[in-house]
Design a protein around this ligand. Structure first.
Ligand code: NAP
Length: 487
């Protein structure tokens, strides 16, 4: 490969947004490396039945590319994927994308202020800047349950759905009851013979106000209407996010809505008790669903809360010693998030490995840059995940910020910029102080938001307009300019 000026890794929402903004700025010397054979990221990988966005689509899309064609407020996966393809076509991104190209190593050359990129295919080339748009939820996490490898029937993860496996009439086990399982359980329950849902922790579930948008499409096409709807949704979700951003006490209303939903949908007190969470709502992602609870009340569905001790050739054994014979196992067990880069070769200045830089947990200034790794930018990096609204908003803030960084390089003729360690440290300390008082840390649950040390390196603790304000203008003094002709 010819040495591109900028290398973007990943063709999901993040990578595509970066590419669009580069092109808009008249910069064409970039490549998007995508390990799969299609664009879409999480919206390509997750094809399980019932997969849909749990954030309203008018907001879960680019602000500069409003879509009036959503069929529903919470669009299904296929529509979101189609929207992303539309963006690729409209903004002419296809010539920049290299499919089937997995990056295995990124190594910074101090003498030349360049990055060496190595791919799984053995290619090696240099680039001035790297944008990591791999997304935080792309490596499936499988539970470490004794005997898991011994199971002889089909077994797959929700993000690697095996569509060749016909579930009709089968005895199926679902392990995990997070946002993904809550979407596919109602879809498969009527089809399977028997469904065993293994729940370790009950999720909080709220009603999903999934109104049809196709019926009001002609109004949405009126000038300004789609933008107005986006604003209304944005501010509504920000207001609802007060319990996340200000104090867990403000979660009480949210909890009441969920408790009422449970009481209304699950009349059986025993089942209801099993489904009642023992932590503050919001500590784990809130599930939005109108059909998850009803699916669990079906005759052919059993909720098992006793924990799994062993998986055998054709069965799962729970903590009471009961053996459940099953034909298929589906893992709805989420993703590797806080240790996503643990196996990746990422070496910055003076041979600094990311694993050493992040020995005490992931961190990055504004979630975008980390000291010792010049011209390396994260999209949806550390502490930019959200519990209450759309991460596409965060991506747009980050891309605007990265564009400002690139403009600074061009203006100063510097070769690279590296965030000053003390700036990053102050930012991280402030963020962690705020997080320590928020629901993810204080809500009494254990989730993938927290790392092995109990730190929270995943979530943005405030309103998203605060993040917008933080990233609106880059501060050149926060960075060391490497090889600058003038500052
Ligand atoms: P998840 O929220 O991490 O849930 C994983 C589930 O697996 C949890 O119920 C967890 O139990 C369970 N689990 C993990 N290890 C287990 C073990 N060893 N034994 C038993 N149970 C185990 O994963 P997810 O549902 O795939 O969702 C991941 C994220 O994807 C969500 O938080 C959300 O951000 C995103 N998502 C978004 C949408 C959308 O519409 N935008 C839809 C789906 C997912 P514990 O709770 O006890 O750990």
């Amino acid at each position: 490969m010819r040495n591109p000026g900028i290398t973007i890794i990943g063709a999901g929402f993040g990578g595509l947004c970066m590419a669009i903004k580069l092109k808009e700025a008249g910069y064409h010397d970039f490549v998007i490396l995508e390990k799969a054979d299609d664009i879409g990221g999480t919206w390509r990988d997750n094809t399980y039945p019932g997969c849909a966005c749990d954030v309203p689509s008018p907001l879960y899309s680019f602000s500069f590319e409003l879509n009036t064609e959503w069929s529903r407020l919470f669009a299904p996966q296929q529509e979101i994927w189609d929207y992303m393809r539309h963006c690729v076509r409209k903004y002419g991104l296809a010539p920049h994308i290299r499919f089937g190209t997995e990056v295995t190593a990124l190594e910074y050359a101090d003498d030349r202020a360049l990055w060496h990129v190595t791919t799984a295919g053995g290619e090696r080339f240099t680039t001035h800047a790297v944008v990591l748009g791999m997304g935080p939820l792309h490596i499936p996490s499988y539970p470490e349950i004794p005997g898991r490898e011994r199971f002889t029937g089909p077994a797959f993860h929700s993000a690697r759905w095996d569509h060749s496996c016909d579930l009709t009439g089968k005895r199926v086990a679902v392990i995990g009851t997070g946002a993904s399982a809550a979407q596919f359980v109602p879809e498969i329950a009527p089809r399977v013979g028997r469904l065993y849902v293994f729940q370790r922790t009950a999720p909080w579930v709220q009603p999903r106000p999934d109104i049809r948008l196709d019926e009001i499409r002609k109004y949405l096409r009126l000038p300004g209407a789609a933008r107005a709807l986006r604003y209304v949704i944005y501010w509504f979700l920000e207001a609802r996010g007060a319990g996340f951003a200000i104090h867990p006490r403000l979660m009480k209303t949210q909890e009441r809505i969920a408790a009422r939903h449970l009481a209304r949908q699950v009349p059986d007190p025993e089942l209801r008790a099993k489904l009642t969470p023992g932590y503050t709502i919001g500590c784990k992602r809130i599930v939005l669903s109108n059909d998850y609870y009803p699916a669990l009340t079906r005759e052919n569905v059993e909720l098992i809360t006793d924990g799994i001790t062993e998986i055998r050739e054709r069965s799962i054994v729970d903590a009471t010693g009961r053996e459940h014979e099953v034909d298929v196992i589906i893992y709805g067990t989420g993703f590797k998030v806080t240790d996503a880069l643990s196996d990746f070769t990422l070496i910055g200045r003076n041979g600094l490995k990311i694993q050493d830089a992040w020995r005490d947990g992931m961190h990055a200034y504004l979630g975008i840059t980390t000291a010792g790794f010049p011209n390396l930018f994260f999209l949806l990096g550390p502490n930019t995940g959200l519990g209450h609204t759309s991460v596409v908003f965060m991506i747009e803030c980050q891309v605007r910020y990265i564009m400002d960084c690139l403009r600074l390089l061009s203006r100063t003729k510097a070769k690279a910029l590296d965030v000053r360690p003390e700036v990053e440290r102050r930012f991280t300390e402030r963020l962690q102080r705020r997080l320590s008082r928020r629901v993810w840390n204080q809500g009494g649950c254990r989730s993938w938001y927290l790392d092995a040390n109990g730190n929270n390196p995943t979530i943005w603790p405030g309103f998203t307009f605060e993040y917008w304000a933080w990233t609106r203008r880059m501060r050149p003094e926060a960075f060391e300019l490497i090889g600058a002709a003038r500052a």
